[in-house]
Write a new protein. Structure first.
Length: 223
């Protein structure tokens, strides 16, 4: 089997890899050569019509996690009422205030928001205290400037050169009816950068509604 195909199945146990491979073969037989594949990369440029679907909603909807539904084709009703536009997300709104409107990170309220998450969970986004938060958002400013100059966000392989095992790009994107995109998280800060700059971001495919299969060729290509 060509190495390009094998790249999709390098993570997890042999049993899991065989399950995903079987899923892809079944998809191709049932839905044709354009059918989605497990963990494949797609590119999107998020806009006001890009929606957000929480991981909890995905689990309640399908009984599986984002990772488990990657590449699955959905033929029944889509949970449209559970989704919200991405620009209404708290983190996205605060990023807009900072990068588009010029507010300091502190004035956006992001530090207080994140400190509460740390208090509730002990750690959030790899941060445990205010010093971690400030360093993280300094790095996000650097990432924003890099993305602005390059006109896109980098893939996992570009950020982590030399890693032989294929890693998944941050963020799951479900493709709903009529090709509407549903960000499933994580990676909201990267999503905000792409949204504000109107540039492409790489993501891992989630589940795909049967009516959206014809739209996948557009998402597979970097534009």
């Amino acid at each position: 089997m060509p190495g390009k195909i094998l790249n999709h199945y390098k993570r997890g146990t042999l049993l899991k890899r065989s399950v995903f491979l079987f899923q892809d073969i079944k998809n191709m037989i049932r839905y044709g050569p354009s059918a989605p594949k497990f963990a494949e990369r797609i590119w999107l440029t998020p806009g006001n019509n890009t929606m957000f679907l929480t991981a909890a909603s995905t689990r309640n909807f399908l009984g599986m996690s984002n990772q488990e539904v990657s590449g699955k084709v959905i033929e029944f009703t889509w949970p449209v009422k559970k989704a919200i536009p991405v620009y209404k997300l708290t983190k996205i709104k605060m990023c807009i205030e900072h990068w588009r409107n010029g507010k300091s990170w502190e004035d956006t309220g992001i530090y207080k928001y994140m400190e509460k998450m740390i208090l509730d969970y002990g750690e959030h986004d790899g941060c445990r205290n205010i010093d971690d938060l400030k360093k993280r958002y300094e790095n996000l400013d650097l990432l924003f400037e890099q993305a602005r100059q390059e006109g896109r966000l980098r893939t996992w392989e570009e950020v982590n050169p030399g890693i032989g095992e294929r890693k998944r790009d941050s963020g799951f994107v479900h493709v709903g009816p009529k090709g509407i995109l549903y960000w499933g998280g994580p990676g909201q800060h990267r999503l905000a950068i792409a949204y504000i700059l109107n540039i492409p971001i790489p993501a891992q495919i989630g589940c795909v509604h049967i009516s959206a299969i014809p739209y996948l060729h557009q998402l597979r290509e970097f534009n």
